[in-house]
Design a protein. Structure first.
Length: 319
């Protein structure tokens, strides 16, 4: 068995198409990124409903007397979120100050949880020592910025992409399938730009744009794929299920799973960026440092910044 493992190890180390993915997966496990993704999903799940409550209440103030407009805006903003974009979303709220305050406070609390947990996850992935991570006040301020940029940015990009797919036909020609393809491409492009900003903001490392790009593309494509898959699952697999024990309960499970899978993909994409930028591959199959990349990775976990392949690009910037 040992001889077979050694042969497999030599095989994967000598081939970039096996060495690089293995290094990404190995570092993902070493960072316990799956546990961090679960915590991000927990806060994200609880942030959706108070955010929807506050958003609906604001629309009740702004679009009072125009319920059709309000439903149209809500649909465009939340249509691609599983469960939230289905018929189960609550009726519009009209001018409820109490609902607005409660919704905003709950959304802020859960949003800060997402922002702080995401910072912890990215600083872990980017090998930032504990002593160089932001303090409580700095991390809270950064989390507020993440809630504003990430939350609003996701709503805006989703609304723009939905507007493209909802556009009327051109010159009497039905462009339904074509517009869906265009809308998907637009959504991926817009979300790639959004993830580019977030990938650089979520860690105190100085991450160049070109180093953040691969992970941003992976995250944006995965987001769109998960949106389509979750919506299709709810519409087709849960269709006809009982409301109490079937469709609603199943939709909640789909939504929570959707957040968890998206968080997993985002952190895996961040690992791709780190392994590529720090040149932390090839890695050995054994736990002991078997390669130079192993040695640099283990040194980094002992609060030392890896030297090879990073030069001035990975210097830590101030929190």
């Amino acid at each position: 068995m040992q001889a077979l493992l050694e042969r497999l190890d030599r095989f994967q180390r000598r081939r970039p198409w096996t060495a690089f993915p293995f290094a990404v997966v190995k570092k993902f496990g070493e960072d316990s990124a799956g546990n961090l993704a679960a915590l991000i999903a927990y806060y994200a799940f609880f942030s959706v409903f108070p955010l929807l409550l506050a958003f609906s209440t604001i629309l009740g103030f702004v679009l009072h007397g125009h319920p059709d407009w309000q439903r149209s805006v809500e649909h465009s903003a939340f249509a691609q979120l599983p469960l939230v974009g289905t018929k189960s979303q609550p009726a519009p709220l009209h001018g409820s100050v109490v609902a607005l305050v409660v919704g905003l406070l709950l959304a802020l609390w859960s949003g800060l949880g997402v922002g702080k947990t995401a910072q912890t996850a990215f600083n872990t992935v980017y090998l930032v020592p504990q002593k160089e991570r932001p303090n409580f006040l700095t991390s809270t301020v950064r989390a507020l910025g993440l809630v504003a940029v990430g939350g609003i940015g996701l709503i805006v990009t989703t609304a723009l992409a939905t507007a493209v797919t909802s556009a009327p036909s051109i010159g009497g020609l039905d462009l339904g399938p074509g517009l869906r393809v265009v809308g998907t491409a637009v959504a991926i492009g817009l979300n790639t730009m959004l993830f580019l900003v977030l990938f650089r903001w979520l860690t105190v490392r100085d991450v160049p744009w070109r180093c953040a790009l691969p992970g941003a593309i992976i995250s944006a494509a995965a987001l769109q794929a998960l949106q389509l898959a979750a919506t299709a699952f709810i519409d087709h697999k849960l269709k006809g299920a009982s409301s109490t024990y079937g469709k609603d309960f199943g939709a909640v499970i789909v939504l929570l799973s959707w957040f968890y899978l998206q968080a997993q993909v985002v952190l895996l994409a961040a690992e791709v960026n780190v392994v590529r930028q720090y040149q932390l591959w090839p890695r050995g199959l054994s736990d002991a440092p078997a390669t130079e990349a192993d040695q640099r990775a283990y040194e980094a976990y002992r609060d030392e910044v890896p030297e090879a392949g990073v030069s001035d690009e990975v210097k830590v910037r101030g929190g």
